[in-house]
Design a protein around this ligand. Structure first.
Ligand code: AVJ
Length: 324
């Protein structure tokens, strides 16, 4: 039997209900947690773009500098592999800056599908991309890319694109599940290109997630702003402070919002009590050595065909090919 909720609610109402259900469930957990995908409303996507311009946030710029080299080598590689057109499918596409080097250098790409959870942001980004690449067929899809989705078009090469180390938001087991789903979606003989942040000096990681201008703090707190505005909660924004640190045992940066005092937050009929210093865990950002990532991808039926490391070793890009 089909779920009456998913069939009767329009898509945005459905998304609101999921947001509400997730927030309630997450805040009832111990420790309290919220999923990082909820940072990205329009304002959150803007904060993230600001983070990418910060001196301290090395991942964005390091990857962007590495991608032209990757793209030139990919162009040679694909010419050797196939004469078919390539359809690139980007997961969590954001502002569409990362796809440009690929479109500039990989000549066989003639179709591009961008999937992102922030629909309005995506539409304007797609329109802008069309100005740069008028020949390219572009589709913008507002969706949660962690779910499987249908892709048509036979006789073409599917290249999944997942830059920015967004895969780092997933715990290793979830990352394997995502990669296995992506392999299903993309189909037999497909490829996937991923940007993956590397393990590095703890001090550099700390600075990247605790910038001096406080943009990351605003980005982190934006999830509470959303919960207040969209779900009618009464979070006191000054009652929580941004924290981020590297958890060496788990190989991840964690972001939290720490309650500065004992307090109660209400959301409709729900009540959430916070002890002083209790945190809401809002994000994990896993870091991998290229070989660690290769092993993880292998568990999802992919093998690493090639990988690239930035000159300063601060970021990596891996090309996966689905196992036969
Ligand atoms: C978009 C998930 C790659 O983990 O570095 C930036 C998000 N969080 N600053 C990351 C983020 C805090 C970012 N990813």
């Amino acid at each position: 039997m089909s779920d009456p909720v998913s069939t009767t609610l329009p898509e945005t109402e459905q998304a609101d209900k999921e947001f509400l259900d997730d927030v309630i469930a997450g805040l009832h957990r111990q420790p309290k947690q919220l999923a990082p995908k909820y940072f990205y409303d329009e304002q959150g996507s803007r904060y993230f773009d600001q983070i990418c311009q910060l001196e301290e946030y090395y991942p964005y710029r390091t990857e962007l500098e590495l991608l032209p080299r990757v793209a030139k080598e990919l162009n040679d590689y694909f010419h050797q592999q196939t004469s078919d057109g390539i359809h690139v499918i980007e997961f969590g596409a954001g502002s569409l800056h990362k796809i440009k080097p690929l479109l500039e250098h990989v000549e066989q790409i003639d179709e591009f599908t961008a999937i992102d959870i922030s629909g309005a942001h995506l539409q304007s980004a797609c329109a802008e991309l069309k100005n740069y690449f008028p020949e390219l067929t572009i589709h913008g899809v507002e969706a949660d890319f962690t779910r499987p989705f249908p892709l048509k078009a036979e006789g073409r090469v599917h290249l999944g694109f997942f830059p920015g180390s967004t895969i780092g938001n997933l715990a290793p087991a979830e990352a394997v599940e995502f990669l296995a789903n992506a392999r299903q979606t993309l189909g037999e003989g497909s490829y996937m290109l991923l940007g993956v942040d590397t393990k590095k000096d703890e001090q550099l990681l700390h600075q990247a997630y605790n910038d001096s201008a406080g943009v990351t703090a605003k980005f982190n707190k934006n999830v509470l702003v959303r919960i207040n505005r969209e779900l009618g909660a009464d979070f006191d924004l000054d009652g929580f402070r941004h924290e981020a640190w590297y958890n060496d045992a788990k190989g991840r940066v964690e972001m939290h919002l720490r309650s500065v005092r004992e307090q109660r937050v209400t959301l409709g009929t729900q009540v959430f009590d916070f002890a002083k210093d209790e945190t809401i865990h809002t994000e994990n950002s896993y870091k991998y050595h290229p070989h660690e990532f290769e092993d993880l991808a292998a568990k999802a039926g992919w093998h690493a065909e090639k990988w690239w490391l930035a000159d300063n070793q601060m970021f990596s890009v891996t090309l996966l090919r689905s196992d036969q």
